[in-house]
Ligand binder design. Structure first.
Ligand code: FES
Ligand code: FE2
Length: 431
């Protein structure tokens, strides 16, 4: 286990095109991620009239939902004497500081200073950030200037069925999970029986190619030549058909994002398109909700026990823990919180990992040099495929009904996330 953080000077962190892992506000990779919309929160976790602390990309914010229902994101602390605004009172679409009542509108403009004789509210402003709620998630643009066009995912927005929303936190750098998503060969070793469903995805059968959206990974099955295709979307997304998790539901088309909380922790957000209706949907929904309750062990904590040698994977009750996530925790957190990639020995099975890293480095160079970057777009050709089965994309039309949005996160996971995303306030000197 190694930690690259200690080896990197401040200068190298901000200029090194190989540094894909540090994502604070002053880092190159951090500024690149901020130049695109990122999911940052579950809409269901933000109640109208309430504010929450949020740490994302190593930066603190106050996120609140106005009494009108609109979400807003602003700098974290009051400009007066620094009390966190997440402790304040939401009034309409504005927020009032808990300490002396300075009030800010949703653009961050101070509009009231109750205790002041000579008022200078007009000169006081916090930064606010564009947000948009879409498919049950709150997306934010944390970059400078005008945000780019908001990327839509109509195949998840218009179909008859359930849209399951899930997420988890993992205690390692986000790029380790991103690498892992491009590495289908780990399935047989890490996930055992789950891999049997996917079939032979050995390294020798992988082909990679740059797409309009990112990188296309194609696996061909030796027995019948059928293809498994997953689509990586620059800079931190993946779309593919995932394993069935319900006996009545076939392959699920899914999209994932990996978003840093800080450099040693990140969130995976995911949307699953479940094209089930009527009684089938009702039964699947009930089973998924029952599973949320059943899981009462945080996979993050169990992984630490296993990596610390105090427990074995075989000792874990699979009913009480999300074992797939736990298995990936052991593999990825087991690399160290931030892996030092200079020691990697990549083989042919790592061709997807290598290509995405190279693409990132190329784009970082262009970004740093102020040159145009590739405008990544999910064109019709960018489709996943799964051994010729399921994942029917053609049901999505702009006129189809919106799916029912269903939160499927285990309740224990929600507790972990609330703690991690608000962690800056539990730390001495967190500001
Ligand atoms: S610290 Fe916010 S009003 Fe004084
Ligand atoms: Fe995995």
């Amino acid at each position: 286990m190694t930690d690259i953080a200690a080896d990197l000077t401040e200068e190298r962190r901000t200029t090194d095109f190989d540094d894909l892992v540090h994502t604070g506000p002053d880092t190159l990779a951090g500024r690149y991620l901020r130049s695109m919309w990122q999911p940052v929160y579950h809409g269901v976790d933000l109640v109208a009239g309430q504010a929450k602390p949020l740490k994302i990309l190593g930066q603190r914010f106050t996120l609140y939902r106005g009494e009108t229902g609109t979400p807003h994101l602003i700098d974290p602390d009051c400009r007066h004497r620094g009390t966190t605004l997440s402790a304040g009172h939401v009034e309409g679409d504005a927020i009032r500081c808990f300490y002396h009542g300075w009030k800010y509108d949703c653009d961050g403009q101070c509009i009231e200073q109750p205790p002041e004789q000579s008022r200078f509210a007009g000169k006081v402003r916090l930064r606010s950030y564009p947000v948009r709620e879409y498919l049950g998630l709150i997306f934010a643009y944390l970059g400078d200037g005008k945000p780019p066009e908001f990327p839509l995912h109509p195949e998840f927005a218009h179909f008859d069925g359930l849209l399951e929303i899930d997420s988890y936190q993992r205690r390692c750098n986000y790029f380790q999970n991103l690498d892992n998503a491009l590495d289908h060969c780990h399935l047989g070793f890490v996930h055992g029986s789950a891999a049997a469903t996917v079939g032979d995805v050995l390294g020798r059968s992988i082909k990679v190619k740059e797409s309009d959206w990112g990188v296309t990974l194609t696996f061909s099955r030796e027995s019948d030549g059928k293809l498994f295709v997953s689509q990586f979307g620059m800079p931190n997304m993946l779309q593919l058909a995932t394993l069935p998790v319900d006996p009545e539901i076939g392959w699920l088309e899914s999209i994932f994002w990996w978003v840093p909380i800080d450099d040693e922790s990140h969130l995976q957000f995911s949307l699953h398109r479940v094209p089930a209706t009527g009684d089938t949907a009702k039964r699947a929904h009930e089973r998924r909700q029952a599973r949320r309750q059943e899981i009462d062990l945080a996979h993050q904590d169990i992984a630490e026990e296993i990596l610390g040698g105090r427990m074995r994977l075989a000792d874990v009750d699979p009913k009480r823990c999300d074992v797939i996530r736990l298995q990936d925790d052991v593999a990825l957190v087991g690399q160290g919180r931030i892996v030092d990639r200079r020691h990697d020995l990549l083989g042919t099975s790592d061709v997807g990992v290598a290509m995405v890293r190279r693409t990132w480095q190329r784009e970082l160079r262009a970004f740093a040099g102020g040159r145009p970057q590739k405008a990544w777009r999910k064109t019709p050709a960018v489709r996943p495929a799964v051994w010729g089965l399921g994942a029917d994309p053609n049901q999505a039309t702009d006129t189809a009904a919106a799916p029912q949005i269903v939160d499927v996160r285990p309740f224990v996971e929600i507790g972990v996330q609330m703690k991690e995303l608000g962690v800056a306030f539990a730390e001495p000197g967190g500001r």
